[in-house]
Design a protein around this ligand. Structure first.
Ligand code: SF4
Length: 198
């Protein structure tokens, strides 16, 4: 995998806009907005649903229990967390970690799409149903639940990003540990596509 930790003004500009954003009511309850983190030229991008309590507290993505589990599994399959860009479709925490409201997703989606364009990763991994729903609508992918499409790799034609693969959200793995082997297998599949440039 490529590793480049140069700071690109564009990603920084997007982060700045997120930190100051008041486009939806979630701005009122946040401690911190969570723009995401990782190198500008990451080959892989991971996109979850929304920040939780720990993320809201720290302003960093996937730093709670499920984030730690994901980081461990990534490491096991050979993906270094510091080499990928990690973010979510909502940048502010919904109260009590409730599901994202469609209006909130609509308001926030331009940020994650701008990040995708800016980074232009080879492989984008969506984590959970909410992230896949946004990307399946945006890129005309099959409308399915993650349980049905996880591990399938789709070509994206209308963006600099090349492949998208949905998989489970790591929070789901904490409740159903039987999904961990499938999640691991999905990450191995995504990793294979890093070497394939369309
Ligand atoms: S969730 Fe997104 S749209 Fe809503 S305030 Fe936060 S950054 Fe803005």
């Amino acid at each position: 995998m490529r590793f480049d930790d140069r700071l690109d003004p564009l990603l920084e500009e997007i982060a700045e806009k997120i930190i100051n954003c008041t486009r939806c009511p979630l701005a009122e309850g946040r401690i911190n907005a969570v723009p995401g983190e990782g190198p500008q030229h990451a080959s892989m991008m991971f996109i979850g649903e929304a920040p939780g309590a720990k993320e809201d507290e720290t302003g960093r993505p996937f730093v709670g229990q499920s984030g730690q589990l994901m980081t461990d599994i990534m490491k096991d399959v050979g993906i270094a967390r510091e080499e990928v860009f990690i973010t979510s479709i909502l940048k502010c925490r919904p109260p009590e970690n409730r599901n994202p409201d469609p209006d909130e997703v609509r308001a926030c989606a331009p940020f994650v799409l701008a990040q995708l364009d800016s980074i232009s990763p080879i492989v984008t991994v969506t984590l959970g149903n909410a992230a896949y729903d946004l990307f399946s609508s945006t890129f005309y992918l099959p409308k399915r639940k993650v349980g049905e499409v996880h591990g399938k790799v789709f070509r994206l034609h209308s963006t600099g990003a090349r492949y998208l693969m949905p998989t489970y959200h790591p929070a789901g793995l904490l409740y159903n540990r039987k999904l961990i082997p499938e999640f691991r297998k999905d990450l191995e599949t995504a990793l294979k596509y890093l070497g394939m440039r369309p």
